[in-house]
Design a protein around this ligand. Structure first.
Ligand SMILES: [Zn+2]
Length: 338
């Protein structure tokens, strides 16, 4: 019999849920705003509402559930049944033992893990890493998160904190990071990091140009929002400054990826997140730039053995990753269960 689970992806903006079977197929989805600004009680209410809706839908479909998986930013403590810390964009959420609450309400085992780590697990089982046993994934968004699969199993570390690849220092004495140290990769290759280096390059090129050339500039004016999409799109159209910026992004990104390849010697390295999606939409310029710089930072034999690919699971990556936690019995809150 094919098993089913509820998978829920708790993000800073949306709570995305679904019913997933163990082949990774999504039978049903349900998305609502997570309303994190309204505080932890509201987040919990919304989380329970999502689970309740999906559990009702499962009953209507005659599907029995093996459990509920939840992925969230931060580090999960499955004994306490909630988040131990590290979820800065979900204020107050770390005091809430939501796993215990859900287990009591629904009478099902509840698994939970970090969102990017779970995304990597989903990619490993049903996405770009299918069939591979040694995988590293990096997700380039607001920050940089990661997931590591060693010999087919998710590597969580001694307290579940493994995969915090955004805080590898790549510039000694560099910019101060939110984590308190200096020169973290996240300060250079996340969306925040690449927009900073883009703004500097655009300012340099504006100073160097005058009159008509400046008027043809593809960049938004002062105060307007610059986005990864705008950078890659301008590069696709052949703008010199944009091409320079993309090359610099490629270098800052390859530094970290090369280091991870040297440490883990994976068969496949998956890149995901908003930056990768924007680069992909502009004809693969991002992946191309990273690949161009990778040989400078990677040991030759490891580089030859690895394939650098884009993540395949899109919007539903977190939901599918959450369901894999259930099917593989990862981070289950066992308090009170037989
Ligand atoms: Zn840091």
């Amino acid at each position: 019999m094919v098993r089913h689970a509820i998978g829920i992806d708790l993000g800073g903006t949306f709570l995305k849920g679904g019913i997933v079977n163990e082949r990774g197929e999504l039978l049903e989805t349900h998305t609502i705003p997570s309303e994190v600004h309204k505080g932890p009680e509201r987040i919990l209410e919304n989380l329970l509402d999502t689970a309740r809706h999906l559990s009702d839908r499962a009953k209507e479909r005659g599907v029995s559930l093996s459990g509920i998986g939840v992925v969230s930013p931060g580090v999960i403590d499955p004994v306490y049944g909630g988040i131990a810390g590290g979820a800065e964009n979900l204020p107050g959420w770390e005091k809430v033992p939501f796993m215990r609450t859900m287990e009591g309400l629904f009478g099902l085992p509840v698994s939970a893990h970090n969102d990017v780590t779970s995304h990597a697990l989903g990619e490993a089982r049903f996405g770009a890493g299918r069939g591979k046993r040694n995988i590293v994934m990096a997700s380039f968004g607001t920050g940089i998160g990661g997931g590591i699969i060693v010999d087919g199993a998710l590597y969580s570390g001694s307290i579940g904190y493994a995969g915090e690849i955004g805080h590898i220092a790549v510039h000694a004495g560099g910019r101060t990071c939110a984590c308190g140290t200096k020169g973290c990769w996240e300060e250079y290759a996340s969306i925040r990091g690449i927009l900073r280096l883009a703004r500097a390059a655009i300012a340099r090129s504006r100073r160097a140009q005058t009159g008509a050339r400046q008027a043809r500039s593809p960049w938004p004016g002062e105060g307007a929002a610059l986005t990864p999409e705008a950078i890659f799109e301008a590069a696709r159209r052949g703008d010199d400054t944009a091409l320079e910026i993309v090359d610099e992004i490629g270098r800052e990104t390859a530094v970290g990826i090369g280091g991870l390849i040297n440490v883990f010697n994976p068969e496949i390295f998956i890149i995901g997140g908003g930056v990768a999606a924007a680069g992909s939409a502009a004809g693969g310029l991002y992946l191309e730039a990273v690949k161009r710089h990778l040989p400078s930072w990677t040991l030759e034999f490891s580089l030859r053995a690895v394939e650098l690919v884009e993540a395949r699971l899109g919007y539903e990556a977190g939901i599918i990753g959450a369901s894999v936690l259930v099917f593989e019995g990862i981070n289950v809150h066992r308090d009170g269960l037989p």
